[in-house]
Design a protein around this ligand. Structure first.
Ligand SMILES: *Cc1c(COP(=O)(O)O)cnc(C)c1O
Length: 497
């Protein structure tokens, strides 16, 4: 049986269902599997003719071995299907030129890559609760700066045994993002605006999670909080699948020969997506380099170059907002592995990060880091320029996050001369961040975002994705806004406490 342990060494080893239910360990650490599931070359070869769903079932069963095959099948089929995704392939690989291929992770209902994990997490969670003997109904509480809230709403909407409440900063999300949330359908969903910024919203949610009165009343009612955030193992594990799937597709389409190594370029924020690629490599996928792409908040680029993680710097608001992050939580799992699973050192580094704002992993870990990762960054001007060039040269429209990756990849090739076939991991539809994309393509950007969606569609000949179409005419179902000091009351009322 695969068991999971905390990166900070506390507590006993637990099953995957228990790890998914808990989300984070009691000592503040992240749950990691005790060993990598090994996938042999023959097994990778067997993935080639399979559908995405079959590939997913195969990769997931090694880590979630306390789930029955039927349970896993049910989770995969409910998450990845053409009612939810606009591509039969779920995560298709598009060809940009001879050496660059684009793995499109934004064919899901919210047009960004978080759907890949958040479409399946609710099903894992419900089954994990039942398997561990929980009878309570799950309540998911989310504070969002835009993307995660909508992806979580879509994932949990009408999933039996769950309810979800999302808070967003009333003036801190884009017009499209807000509309996506306030028009959300489903009988178990609630959405509230908060007068304040994202930090206020997040602080409010954190307080409710640990509020004694709320918790006691929830217990009486048979309700239990859980979290859908990106450190939950149940969000990381589905992301491993698409690295294997992309490799299988590359072979299938004759772009590489079986066994040949490839690079992946990943636009990175919390380090979840790229970490899943590292896991795939350790499991046996032929990977040469993981290329870590950052925007102006280049804390990870500096870390890869120096071995020092230093968050003491100004936070920059960029055109790739989902990567505007100074604390990459999932990095803890990587340094745990690279340090030889030294929970004591990891705990010390995390304490230093909390107290002093930085830590140094030392030369041995730094050397290992550089063996597998290359880090680069793209400033906003370069990012917008890349969108324009890629459209001009290849007729491909990419979003701002993907453009960060493509620009960093160019820098990688110039610096290293490495021409290994490469898969660019694309994390959002260009329509999702349309205002910046329109600007990059020198279009007239004076209209509101809804008009820009149509204009972008006209210019590029691409259809507006279903999840973003006709948003302005959809009925608003959630119009309540509260002050930050009212959030607790709002939750109590919503749950009938
Ligand atoms: C969340 C997000 C990212 C960053 O992914 P991490 O797993 O946090 O590194 C990149 N691009 C988009 C569009 C995202 O929504």
């Amino acid at each position: 049986m695969m068991l999971y342990e905390s990166t900070r060494g506390g507590g006993e080893a637990i099953t995957s269902a228990e790890a998914i239910k808990r989300g984070i360990a009691a000592d503040g650490g992240l749950y990691v599997p005790r060993e990598y599931v090994k996938i042999s070359p023959e097994e990778i070869q067997a993935l080639i003719p399979m559908s995405y769903q079959e590939r997913a079932k195969f990769i997931l069963k090694g880590y979630l071995d306390d789930f029955t095959p039927d349970e896993l099948s049910d989770c995969v089929d409910k998450a990845y299907n053409t009612r939810k995704f606009s591509s039969e392939d779920i995560a298709p690989v598009a060809l940009l030129n001879d050496s660059l291929n684009i793995l499109e992770l934004w064919r899901g209902p919210t047009c960004a890559f978080k759907d890949m994990a958040l479409q399946i997490l609710p099903h894992f969670l419900v089954k994990a609760m039942r398997k561990t003997g929980e009878k309570d109904e799950i309540v998911i509480l989310v504070a969002t700066s835009g993307d995660t809230g909508k992806a979580a709403l879509e994932g949990f909407a009408d999933v039996e045994g769950t309810r979800i409440i999302v808070f967003y900063p009333e003036n801190g999300v884009s017009e499209v993002q807000k509309r996506q949330m306030v028009t959300q359908e489903g009988n178990n969903v609630l959405v509230f605006g908060v007068e304040g910024n994202f930090d206020d919203t997040q602080t409010g949610v954190k307080q409710i999670f640990t509020d004694e009165t709320v918790l006691a009343k929830m217990k009486e009612k048979g309700l239990k909080f859980s979290s859908a955030n990106s450190i939950n193992w149940g969000r990381l594990v589905p992301q491993i699948v698409y690295y294997f799937s992309a490799y299988a597709d590359m072979v299938k389409q004759g772009r590489i020969t079986f066994g040949e190594k490839i690079n992946f370029v990943v636009p990175t924020g919390n380090f979840g997506n790229i970490l899943a690629g590292y896991y795939a490599m350790k499991m046996g996928l032929p990977v040469n380099r993981m290329i870590c792409a950052s925007n102006d908040n280049k804390v990870l680029t500096d870390f890869i170059h120096t071995g020092v993680y230093d968050r003491r710097r100004d936070f920059v608001r960029t055109v790739s907002p989902s990567m505007d992050i100074l604390i990459s939580s999932n990095l803890e799992r990587l340094i745990y592995e690279l340090s030889g699973r030294d929970a004591e050192r990891v705990s010390r580094w995390m304490a230093q990060l909390r107290n002093e704002g930085c830590y140094d992993v030392g030369p041995a870990v730094h050397r290992l880091l550089n063996e597998h990762f290359w880090g680069g960054w793209s400033n906003q001007e370069e990012t917008l320029k890349t969108i324009e060039c890629v459209y001009h040269d290849y007729g491909y429209v990419c979003d701002t996050h993907t453009a960060v990756g493509i620009d960093v990849y160019d820098k990688y090739v110039i610096t290293t001369g490495d021409l290994t076939p490469t898969v660019m991991v694309s994390t959002a539809s260009p329509f999702k961040f349309n205002a910046s994309v329109c600007k990059a393509l020198s279009m007239d950007c004076n209209d509101d975002e809804f008009v820009l969606l149509k204009k972008l569609s006209e210019k590029t000949g691409l259809p507006v994705p279903d999840g973003l179409k006709d948003l302005e005419s959809k009925p608003v179902r959630h119009n309540r806004v509260c002050r930050k000091d009212q959030m607790k009351d709002v939750v109590m009322e919503a749950l009938g406490l």
